[in-house]
Design a protein around this ligand. Structure first.
Ligand SMILES: NC(=O)c1ccc[n+]([C@@H]2O[C@H](COP(=O)([O-])OP(=O)(O)OC[C@H]3O[C@@H](n4cnc5c(N)ncnc54)[C@H](O)[C@@H]3O)[C@@H](O)[C@H]2O)c1
Ligand SMILES: [Zn+2]
Length: 377
């Protein structure tokens, strides 16, 4: 593959962000030029997921042409998103004599986006970063919004910083090497975007699902769907950069999902947990009279068509973990969620597909535990 220039790839138009997001098949070939144009630096450090570096390393290097770059790899998996790995990467940059005039390029799924993002946010009090998400989830979620983090023993994402990238480059072709189950996790977040913001978008996703199931990363519909999700996420985070209001709608399905994930020590796919969470929270919205009957069924139908589970029983869980996720246990676990202020746990809930409850600007509503337990049963 030969290098392309920034002029060859189109950034999404009219995004309410301070940085461009490029979404295009084959965009990876322009990475070197994108870095040169938006985050030029004396030294360029690529922090990449090891699996991704192995599969796409040649294309990555080719895009930088003759430019000097240093490649640091991170073994795959959430267990790498630690302060220890952050310290090691930071020290590796110092050992390579990186200074203030450096740019970090993150290439990987959400784990590497978050970890490399936190390295960039803190290295010499902050150096530029370019994000190259390589899972569908990272493309439509983790790469946009500027949240970076590592997981201390106390819990997921509890140490981190807001650090916006200088550019985001999304090449759907990089998804070719992604296992189908990991691809589906991204579909759950895309369905979420449809439910929280755009009914027509949800329809477009549903229409494309058979083709995506058949062709995966080569789906012709995928690039524009990814772009649509990026637009929705961008619109939300632009309005509420630090998560005190509107950004809560992105948590739809996640209060239940996080509770399930915690109960099984994260031995469940985030996408599956979110899928179930959306169905359950849809049911909660119906039972407290926020949404008309039928919403939960419509969400369940979308989730099912994406090949994702609609109930706790449908989760791909090791048998010995099943007993941990009873309705009562899940309700109890929601109390550990950071959105539990005051007495009741708060939920971001839809009124209908495409519209979330504003609750006088709070964008989340307190719900009784009994209601949640019934929705889970
Ligand atoms: N910052 C944010 O706003 C934000 C938002 C959502 C999620 N996240 C974080 O994202 C993380 C989850 O991200 P994820 O689901 O992308 O998981 P991940 O980064 O662990 O990637 C999943 C797996 O896919 C592999 N992989 C990645 N790209 C590949 C490719 N192109 N080909 C082959 N294999 C590939 C990885 O090696 C890994 O094994 C969590 O830590 C979560 O907290 C952050
Ligand atoms: Zn999520």
């Amino acid at each position: 593959m030969t290098a392309r220039t920034v002029g060859d790839v189109a950034a999404l138009r009219d995004l309410p962000l301070e940085y461009p997001v490029f979404v295009e098949t084959g965009a990876l070939a322009a990475l070197g030029d994108v870095v040169h144009a938006f985050a030029p630096a004396h030294r360029i450090g690529i922090i990449a997921d090891a699996t991704v570096a192995q599969a796409h390393g040649d294309a990555i290097r080719a895009s930088f042409g003759g430019m000097r770059v240093d490649l640091l790899t991170v073994a795959p998996g959430e267990q790498e998103k630690t302060r220890e790995r952050w310290a090691q990467l930071t020290d590796a940059l110092f050992a390579l004599e990186f200074g203030r005039d450096s740019t970090i390029v993150a290439i990987g799924g959400g784990v590497v986006c978050d970890l490399a993002g936190f390295v960039a946010a803190t290295f010499m009090r902050g150096v530029p970063i370019v994000q190259v998400p390589t899972t569908l989830l990272a493309m439509v979620d983790a790469s946009v919004g500027g949240k970076t983090a590592v997981d201390p023993p106390a819990g997921k994402n509890l140490v981190g910083a807001f650090h916006n990238p200088k550019a985001v480059l999304i090449d759907p072709l990089m998804l070719r090497t992604l296992p189908a189950s990991v691809l589906r996790a991204g579909l759950a977040e895309m369905i979420k975007h449809g439910v929280i913001a755009d009914a027509a978008y949800l329809e477009a996703i549903l229409h494309a699902l058979p083709e995506i199931a058949l062709r995966g990363a080569d789906s012709e519909a995928l690039p524009s769907l990814v772009a649509n999700s990026v637009r929705i996420k961008a619109a939300v985070v632009a309005e509420d950069t630090r998560e005190d209001g509107l950004r809560q709608i992105l948590n739809f399905g996640h209060t239940i999902a996080h509770a399930i994930e915690r109960l099984v020590d994260y031995q469940v796919s985030h996408g599956e947990a979110v899928a179930v969470g959306m169905v359950v929270e849809g049911r909660i919205a119906e039972s407290i009279g926020l949404a008309k009957p039928g919403l939960a069924l419509a969400i369940a139908d979308s989730v099912r068509r994406a090949g994702l589970p609609t109930s706790i029983d449908g989760l791909s869980l090791r048998p010995e973990l099943r007993s941990r996720v009873s309705p009562l246990a899940v309700v109890r676990a929601t109390r550990g969620d950071k959105k539990a202020r005051g007495g009741l746990v708060r939920y971001a809930l839809p009124r209908q597909v495409g519209e979330m409850e504003a609750a006088e600007g709070a964008w989340s509503v307190p719900v009784l535990d009994e209601v949640v337990e019934r929705a889970l049963a």
